[in-house]
Design a protein around this ligand. Structure first.
Ligand SMILES: *[C@@H]1O[C@H](CO)[C@@H](O)[C@H](O)[C@H]1NC(C)=O
Ligand SMILES: *[C@@H]1O[C@H](CO)[C@@H](O)[C@H](O)[C@H]1NC(C)=O
Ligand SMILES: *[C@@H]1O[C@H](CO)[C@@H](O)[C@H](O)[C@H]1NC(C)=O
Ligand SMILES: *[C@@H]1O[C@H](CO)[C@@H](O)[C@H](O)[C@H]1NC(C)=O
Ligand SMILES: *[C@@H]1O[C@H](CO)[C@@H](O)[C@H](O)[C@H]1NC(C)=O
Ligand SMILES: *[C@@H]1O[C@H](CO)[C@@H](O)[C@H](O)[C@H]1NC(C)=O
Ligand SMILES: *[C@@H]1O[C@H](CO)[C@@H](O)[C@H](O)[C@H]1NC(C)=O
Ligand SMILES: *[C@@H]1O[C@H](CO)[C@@H](O)[C@H](O)[C@H]1NC(C)=O
Ligand SMILES: *[C@@H]1O[C@H](CO)[C@@H](O)[C@H](O)[C@H]1NC(C)=O
Length: 312
């Protein structure tokens, strides 16, 4: 056999080392950094990060008021002012959250009627929103049937097995509405495009409500983008109520320190694993280059043991 087929001992050790340290890289990282690297995923919705949290993302990975819930591994929900909304889409670049009222989902006759209210600390209505007003529990004032001008707007709800009239208005209230006396009304935001389609009989009331509406979230993403750009994961410090940037080594208030400028120093309270990471040259950039082979082998062994421990 040709001797060149065998790798040199140094290369062999290097390969073993690389194999050993490849898996436990996350062992070396701050747990908050690791956990907040995990996006929120639910049904067709994925890749959702700060300010949202929930499911695999602990509370510190997002801003309060942005908790997402995943129902049946499929339906994402958010609670705003104690009311549940279905999340239909999230567009991080424009900070747009598309939601539909859960109580109106597939149902134009909810048993409890409440207006849509936002917590304006976190959300504003997007410019695409148009108000739809739904009137319920209406009686016709001395007329035998629904006037034809109102027929396309009218709907029925069965309340305690009794049929109640209702109707909707997307813009100015039609003159014939005066013939109705209604017990309740609620305002539900819908998309302007859906409201227009509804007025021209291009869609149904149910489809309009299920189409949802858009909210703009006001929690800034500029700081988060800076944190992400520095290699961190965005989060929240609940004790200070401030943004927090979780980095591989530790949390910072805005961005991670540039690697190389402070290697070693940020790990003053490091345990054996952290120490091993430093020598393996993963966490502390530059440290590995100075370490001798003995330290490398030791570090690889420690990391391997730590990896075994986490498997149990
Ligand atoms: C981070 O994620 C891991 C694995 O999902 C979990 O075991 C751990 O409890 C999480 N840590 C926190 C602080 O939530
Ligand atoms: C998820 O929801 C969609 C529509 O809401 C439905 O068609 C689909 O069957 C659901 N999938 C599961 C696994 O529940
Ligand atoms: C919703 O708001 C409208 C207008 O402010 C009001 O007339 C109506 O009574 C409210 N409906 C409920 C259920 O609170
Ligand atoms: C909005 O949410 C914040 C945080 O949960 C809360 O402190 C505040 O009172 C809410 N605003 C309203 C109007 O309820
Ligand atoms: C819709 O009504 C709400 C009050 O319920 C109001 O705050 C909002 O500005 C209205 N939106 C539009 C587009 O008129
Ligand atoms: C409502 O119900 C009544 C009687 O049950 C029926 O005559 C009417 O056509 C219904 N109206 C609508 C809009 O469904
Ligand atoms: C319907 O409205 C009347 C008053 O117009 C009220 O007495 C009745 O309780 C209402 N019914 C329901 C189910 O809301
Ligand atoms: C929608 O339908 C109603 C009756 O079904 C009719 O009176 C109205 O003119 C229609 N509107 C448009 C824009 O076609
Ligand atoms: C939160 O802020 C306090 C005070 O600045 C700091 O001591 C603590 O380490 C921070 N915690 C996190 C998780 O960022």
């Amino acid at each position: 056999m040709h001797p060149k087929l065998f790798p040199s001992p140094l290369l062999f050790i290097l390969i073993i080392f690389l194999v050993l340290v490849h898996v436990p890289i996350s062992l070396c990282d701050d747990e908050r950094y690791v956990n907040c690297s995990q996006p929120f995923v639910c049904g067709s919705l994925g890749n959702i990060i700060y300010p949202f949290w929930g499911r695999d993302r602990p509370e510190f990975c997002g801003h309060p008021g942005f908790e997402l819930d995943c129902q049946d591994d499929n339906v994402t929900e958010i609670e705003i002012m104690s009311e549940k909304y279905r999340v239909l889409g999230i567009t991080p670049d424009s900070q747009i959250l598309k939601v539909a009222r859960d109580d109106f989902w597939n149902n134009i006759c909810p048993s409890r009627l409440v207006n849509t209210t936002l917590n304006f600390t976190f959300f504003n209505y997007a410019s695409t929103v148009h108000n739809l007003t739904l009137y319920y529990n209406c009686t016709l004032n001395n007329i035998p049937s629904v006037p034809s001008s109102m027929q396309s707007r009218a709907f029925n709800c069965s309340v305690n097995k009794i049929t109640q009239y209702g109707f909707y208005v997307t813009g100015t209230t039609p003159a014939d509405a005066i013939l109705w006396k209604c017990g309740d009304n609620v305002i539900v935001p819908v998309l302007q495009t859906a409201a227009n389609a509804l007025e021209t009989n291009g869609t149904t009331l149910g489809a309009t409500l299920d189409g949802g509406f858009e909210l703009q979230w006001t929690v800034g993403s500029a700081t988060c983008n800076q944190c992400l750009g520095s290699g961190g994961q965005c989060g929240y410090n609940s004790s200070t109520g401030q943004f927090s940037c979780f980095c591989r080594d530790q949390p910072y208030s805005k961005t991670c320190f540039t690697p190389g400028t402070n290697s070693g120093e940020t790990y003053s309270n490091a345990g054996t694993t952290r120490e091993a990471c430093k020598y393996a040259g993963i966490a502390g950039a530059g440290a590995g280059a100075r370490a001798d082979l003995g330290k490398w082998v030791w570090a690889a062994a420690v990391l391997d043991r730590a990896r075994e421990d986490t498997r149990q």
